[in-house]
Write a protein that binds this ligand. Sequence first.
Ligand code: BGC
Length: 765
Amino acid sequence: MDKSISELVDEMTLEEKAGLCSGENFWLTKAVDRLGIPSIMMADGPHGLRKQEADPDHIALSESVPATCFPTAAALACSWDRDLVGRVGSLLGKECQALGVDIILGPGTNIKRSPLCGRNFEYFSEDPFLSSRMASSHVSGVQGEGVGTSLKHFAANNQEYRRLLTDTVIDERTLREIYLASFEPVVRNTKPWTVMCAYNKLNGEFCSEHSRLLSDILRDEWGFEGFVVSDWGAVNERVDALAAGLELEMPACRGDRDKLIVRAVQTGQLDEALLDRAVMRILRIVEKAVSNRKKGASFDSELHHKSARETAADCMVLLKNEDNILPLEDQKTLAVIGGFAAYPRFQGGGSSHVNPSILDIPLDEIRRTAEASGMTVLYEPGYPVDMIRDRYSNRKFESASDIPDRAMIEAACRAAEKADSAVVFAGLPEPYESEGYDRKHISIPPGHLELIRAVAEVQPQTVVVLSNGSPVEMPWLDGVKAVVEAYLGGQGFGGAVSDVLFGRVNPSGKLAETFPRRVQDNPSYLNFPGDRDRVEYREGIFVGYRYYDSAEVEPLFPFGYGLSYTDFSYDSLEADSGELTGEGELILTVKVRNTGEREGKETVQLYIRPVDSPVSRPLQELKGFEKIKLNPDEEGTLVFHLSKRDFAYYDTGRSDWYAPDGTYEICIGSSSRDIRLKRSVELKSLNREKSVYTRNSTVFELSLHPEGKKMLDIAGRKMEEERAISMDLLMTLFKDMPLRSFHMFAGDLINEEKLDSLLETLNKD
Ligand code: BGC
């Protein structure tokens, strides 16, 4: 653009300015040719590009150009690998450059509140620390290629049921600690070019017109500098949305809403300065996008596919491996069972549906490797394979079959019996989960269930490979030897699973969410998806492992869990200091050793446990993780940096994060339920603010002041003498008593008159 942005805004007519605030069509912003303002293109996202050339729509009903389908976010997060996710982002950025896309719509960093949310496959985790780190790497990777991202869906869009209407009711502390915490570090540290507002309402107001969310928090507190785009069709009242901080409405509104903006300015309902501000914000990104375009960019789809396959392998989670049945070695005959082996489920339904450039078929990949080493592979589909034309990619895939087919199961059992071991491919067929609707249960189809049971009965060496976007129950778990959770692993899943099964890759994924034994165990169960158009997040901050660990509810597999073909010992945890003061940092080092016989990767997790908290807090919260690759017998050191915010909760009284002084335990674990090392640290004088004492301050608060402490000691001694009450008992009995009542028990030490002068002393500097 030749002119400066403010010059352009000055020269634009009111109609042109209003027009720039909505799309030209499904994917483009408007150009203003007379002023040399070009349009820019957006496309989904998040784990592959869905660029539609004709018949655009937002739920992928019509075809898009071939692009690499990387593992979905649910799988990617299991890598716990910032670099890997960054690499995927960078490859996505390259594909955007090659296909002329300026902004990719993603990543989605909403929290997995319930395993029932149909769109969980597009989100990273139940934990905001992990989720925000994964999203940050994704954003940095894409934007490093000169392509923008759209961090979505802001905020609290955690279910699909009536997603355009639901009012999500969340208390402020939960909102800050869980739902906004998944966005905050991404916005602050990686500066996404755009943020996409969610469809739903948040505490009574549509996110699209929530000025506290879009302006006060996103911009003023977190420093967001890009533009806010509506989710496709999310705008309720256009003028209110613009005033609240929603700059671009997508997709096109055929001019209708632009006219509303024009009229609002003409009638004085909307200050033109607000419109100018929105236009400037959009133009700044348009300028950035255009100046970052790489002419003639191309990408090598073979190379990107290879990377998709390697990525998928690094995301797989080995959930069970009894008797080290995996990796498969010394087999003469292997039975591969289940339609998903021939028609893999590797991505989710809806707007993120990619037309894969290449597709690995697990059965072919397994055959290739097995047959090269002289193994015979027998294949049986095991459940009905309804050949349907996949509407997205013109390939044929299996659809859900809820009725077990006895003849097919018997054929599968015969093959399994003849083999040394059986690998059963099962999971959730596409209709079971998707953008647009939620699940009602977490079972796999009866056809898959029966097949696993029957095969495991005749073949003790049975391995199950699961393809699903969100947790499933596993009533058959005890009957099988191994389980590989592949999630929806993208177009390279087929090759990746073969690499993991035969040990070319040592699995290192760990769960980014808890697998409950039953869906009823999930803390949101009784309040999901809410009543009519209102869902109250009554479990509060106790989401995922924060609940399971605090309430000691045994999960099927805990957060952070995943096995390897090797073992790791956690040898030491050192801290550079026993305490954290002021704005400083605490540096912790952990030594880990590979004690097995194969090279492998381990993700070491750091959780913080407050020992004594003035408010209710989860037993522990993830505040650090590092992944390390080690050769057999090699030792490595991992370093963690902690600061005040890592110890803090959101204090609604202060409207700020608050880390109370006191003792905290640093827990180093291989999962949230497998803590291997611990040490205590003290937080001291972290809070410079002065306490203000009132008649309703408590005896405990009094004890924190040196003068108060002195007084209590005297009172304590007196009570000890007169009534044989120990100081400890005194504190236990009276610690939460307000001073106005305490004096009735403290004899003549404090009375109404003395209380006033005591408060004066306490409140002095
Ligand atoms: C989805 C977004 C997506 C948009 C454009 C919406 O329905 O919620 O995530 O980016 O469509 O396809």
